[in-house]
Design a protein around this ligand. Structure first.
Ligand SMILES: Nc1ncnc2c1ncn2[C@@H]1O[C@H](COP(=O)(O)OP(=O)(O)OP(=O)(O)O)[C@@H](O)[C@H]1O
Ligand SMILES: [Mg+2]
Length: 259
C-alpha cells in the first residue's frame, strides 16, 4: 500500500452534547476541546469513565458529528467515515459468519486485493498469536482473542489515523503486555498517528509519545503530557514513575503529600 501521507488532525473548539432520554437534560460529553495531533505521535487518552474518550474517537472517525466546533485532517473537515481512519472498538465487532482469517482479510477482500496480500493476513495471524485459530469462528474465541482479531482487522488496512478504544481491555496481564509491544512494533514501521484510549495509566505511559488526561462533567482535556523517552520503556525507571505520579495527580489519585 502507498506510504502514509503526513497528517495533522485538529479538534477546534469541539463540543458534543447528547440529549438524555429522560427530562430536558443534556450530557456535555465534550466541552470546547481543542487539540492538534500529527503523524508520528502515539497518543494515549486516559480519564474517568464517561469523560468523553470514546466520543473523541467517534468524532475523529466521523461516526458522529460535533455539536459545535470542527474536526479537520490537513485542514479539511472530517464529515464521513473513511478507511484512512481505522477504529478498533471498545466492544469487538467481528463478522460472526466469517472465520478468523476471513475477518482479518475482510477489507482486502472487499477491495479485491486479498490474493496479493495474503502474506499480510498470515503476518497478522502470527502477530496476534492465533495462527492455529485461523479457521475458527468468532463464537469459538475467548473475549481476549476476539479483541486481538478486531485489532488485526483494523491494522491490516494500514489507516493513516489509527484509533483504538481500549484495544487491550479484555486481555489478561501477560497477553496484554505482549500485545503492547506488538502494537508498538507495528506502529513503529509506519508511525501513523495513533490515538488510543486506555484505563491503564502504566499502559498509557509505556506506549504513548504523549498522554492526554481528561476529566468529566463536562468532558475536557486537563493535561497534555509529552513522553519523549525512547522505547522500550522501563516501567520502574525514575522518569516512568515521575510520569505516573503526575498523571495520577491529575486524575485525583495522587498520594496525600503530592498535591
Ligand atoms: N449515543 C449517546 N447518547 C447519549 N449519551 C451518550 C451517547 N454516547 C455517549 N454519551 C454520554 O457521553 C458521555 C461520554 O461518553 P463516552 O462514551 O465518550 O465516555 P468514555 O470516556 O469513553 O467512558 P468509558 O471509559 O466508560 O468508556 C457519557 O456521559 C455518556 O453517557
Ligand atoms: Mg469509552
Amino acid at each position: 500500500m502507498a506510504e502514509n501521507r503526513h497528517v495533522t488532525l485538529k479538534l477546534e473548539g469541539v463540543s458534543k452534547s447528547f440529549a438524555k432520554v429522560e427530562a430536558d437534560e443534556v450530557t456535555h460529553a465534550l466541552d470546547n476541546v481543542s487539540v492538534t495531533m500529527e503523524s508520528g505521535e502515539f497518543i494515549s487518552l486516559v480519564g474517568p469513565s464517561g469523560c468523553g474518550k470514546s466520543t473523541i474517537l467517534r468524532l475523529v472517525t466521523a461516526l458522529i458529528p460535533p455539536t459545535a466546533g470542527k474536526v479537520t485532517v490537513n485542514g479539511e473537515e472530517v464529515t464521513e467515515p473513511s478507511p484512512n481512519r481505522g477504529m478498533v472498538f471498545q466492544k469487538p465487532t467481528l463478522f460472526p459468519w466469517l472465520t478468523v482469517e476471513k475477518n482479518i482479510g475482510f477489507s482486502l477482500q472487499v477491495q479485491g486485493k486479498l490474493k496479493e496480500n495474503q502474506h499480510k493476513v498470515d503476518r497478522m495471524l502470527k502477530v496476534i498469536g492465533l495462527e492455529s485459530f485461523r479457521n475458527d469462528y468468532p463464537a469459538q474465541l475467548s473475549g481476549g482473542m476476539a479483541q486481538r482479531v478486531a485489532l488485526a482487522r483494523t491494522l491490516i488496512s494500514e489507516p493513516e489515523i489509527l484509533t483504538l478504544d481500549e484495544p487491550l481491555g479484555a486481555l489478561d496481564a501477560f497477553t496484554r503486555m505482549n500485545m503492547q509491544d506488538e502494537i508498538l512494533d507495528i506502529w513503529k514501521e509506519r508511525k501513523q498517528l495513533a490515538l488510543m484510549v486506555t484505563h491503564d495509566v502504566d499502559e498509557a505511559i509505556y506506549m504513548g509519545t504523549r498522554v492526554l488526561v481528561m476529566d468529566a462533567n463536562p468532558g475536557r482535556i486537563v493535561a497534555d503530557i509529552k513522553i519523549p523517552d525512547a522505547y522500550p520503556r522501563d516501567r520502574s525507571s525514575e522518569s516512568f514513575v515521575k510520569y505516573r505520579n503526575e498523571i495520577l495527580n491529575k486524575l485525583h489519585f495522587g498520594g496525600k503529600h503530592e498535591e
